[in-house]
Ligand binder design. Structure first.
Ligand SMILES: NC(=O)c1ccc[n+]([C@@H]2O[C@H](COP(=O)([O-])OP(=O)(O)OC[C@H]3O[C@@H](n4cnc5c(N)ncnc54)[C@H](O)[C@@H]3O)[C@@H](O)[C@H]2O)c1
Length: 372
């Protein structure tokens, strides 16, 4: 008799969510998975491997807008045929689009997560895992531990911190675990490392040096999405992780320099930096600078895509202003490692980036000619 747990995966069609579905299915870890999302899998640009995972008979899709409390409640109802309730709830759903108003982030993050956590408490789930942000603090000198002083510096992180507080308040009723993330990369990344990859590719096409704001020592810590998935699963099983926060970050201590060096090698481009002084001048009108850069890159990107016969792609070189701040994303992973978690991908390397690009080329979403 099989006693594998059941999983309710909120936001399961997103970048991390789809990788988590695939991780759970491929490793046969669960009895049932209900994926909840407002975007149906057919509209989510899933690759072949992710599609196969979603087609598994253990996976059920449920369409819902989790901002709506009644819809949210429905998604927690027991499985229609087996009647089983949910052991683990993983919340990967959030408003992650850049440049939204504060009200939109508040609804799409604070309200959404509060709805989900309250439902999880009502249903007496064994564990609720919330995906939070590593942008809740920043330091140039010291990798930030989970208990360091908090100064959230992105719109998402500001709301996520409020969610963390809500969960603390629910701790008597809901065993939860919070995961704080840096730049997450891997198959299906569109928003974090991918725009930087595309920007580098466009500089190759333009045959120009890629000149970046700040300098090479700006910390931009990373983690592979496979580690995010494995760590979520690992933490959900571990009673010590109840009502705790963990940074899930690799050992690479990635910086703008280490990332750009890899991109420079892949695309044979030169990289240079404006330096802190010049960048501070640009910072006075950062939004103008960002608009200018985005304008400069968008036209050639459209051109290359068209040349390669790509008429529609969710990929873009668009970097939002927050991603270009002089803010160090520098996180300490000691707490996670002390619990016994062993990183699958300790370091970002060239091959992991090529894997992402190749996957998009196969789906005809990234111009193959840029890799020639
Ligand atoms: N450095 C960071 O701050 C960082 C990095 C990576 C991920 N994260 C967090 O991890 C989580 C997952 O990130 P991701 O990259 O997979 O995001 P994503 O945008 O790719 O996926 C989010 C999914 O949630 C769904 N969703 C959004 N609003 C919804 C709603 N109202 N109802 C139902 N579904 C809704 C979307 O359709 C999407 O499929 C997010 O909470 C994100 O903020 C943070």
């Amino acid at each position: 008799m099989e006693h594998k747990p059941t999983v309710l995966l909120l936001g399961g069609c997103g970048f991390i969510g789809r990788n988590l579905v695939t991780y759970l299915v491929e490793n046969d870890l669960t009895a049932e998975i209900r994926v909840v999302d407002k975007t149906p899998p057919q509209m989510a640009w899933l690759n072949e491997r992710h599609n196969q995972a979603f087609d598994n008979s253990k996976v059920e899709f449920c369409s819902a807008n989790l901002i709506n409390a009644a819809s949210c409640k429905n998604t927690f109802a027991p499985h229609p045929t087996t009647g089983r309730t949910w052991d683990f709830v993983f919340n990967c759903a959030a408003e992650t689009r850049p440049n939204q108003t504060e009200a939109v982030y508040k609804e799409g993050i604070l309200k959404l997560s509060t709805n989900c956590a309250n439902q999880a408490a009502n249903c007496k789930v064994k564990r609720y895992v919330e995906l939070s942000s590593g942008c809740v603090n920043s330091s140039e000198k010291m990798p930030q531990r989970e208990d360091c002083k908090l100064e959230p510096w992105t719109c998402v992180a500001k709301q996520k911190l409020k969610v963390e507080r809500e969960l603390e308040g629910l701790s008597h009723a809901l065993p939860y675990t919070i995961v704080r993330l840096p730049i997450v990369y891997g198959l299906a990344d569109k928003r974090y490392l991918m725009p930087r990859i595309i920007v580098a590719a466009i500089y190759k096409y333009l045959n120009e040096c890629m000149k970046l704001l700040w300098n090479d020592s700006l910390h931009l810590n990373t983690v592979h999405v496979n580690d995010v998935c494995a760590a979520i699963w690992f933490l959900a099983q571990n009673p010590v992780a109840i009502n705790e926060i963990y940074n899930v970050v690799d050992d690479a201590e990635s910086t703008q320099g280490t990332i750009s060096d890899i991109l420079s090698e892949i695309f044979s481009i030169k990289v240079d930096y404006f330096g802190v002084m010049m960048s501070n001048l640009a910072k006075m009108s950062l939004s103008d600078t960002v608009s200018e850069v985005n304008d400069k890159l968008m036209t050639p990107w459209a051109e290359i895509c068209q040349k390669d016969g790509i008429n529609n792609t969710p990929l873009t070189p668009y970097l939002d202003e927050e991603q270009l701040y002089h803010k160090h994303l520098y996180l300490d992973n000691t707490k996670l490692k002390n619990l016994g978690y062993v990183l699958k991908v300790p370091k970002l390397t060239r091959n992991y980036i090529i894997e992402i690009i190749d996957d998009y080329i196969e789906q005809k979403l990234f111009p193959a000619s840029l890799m020639g």
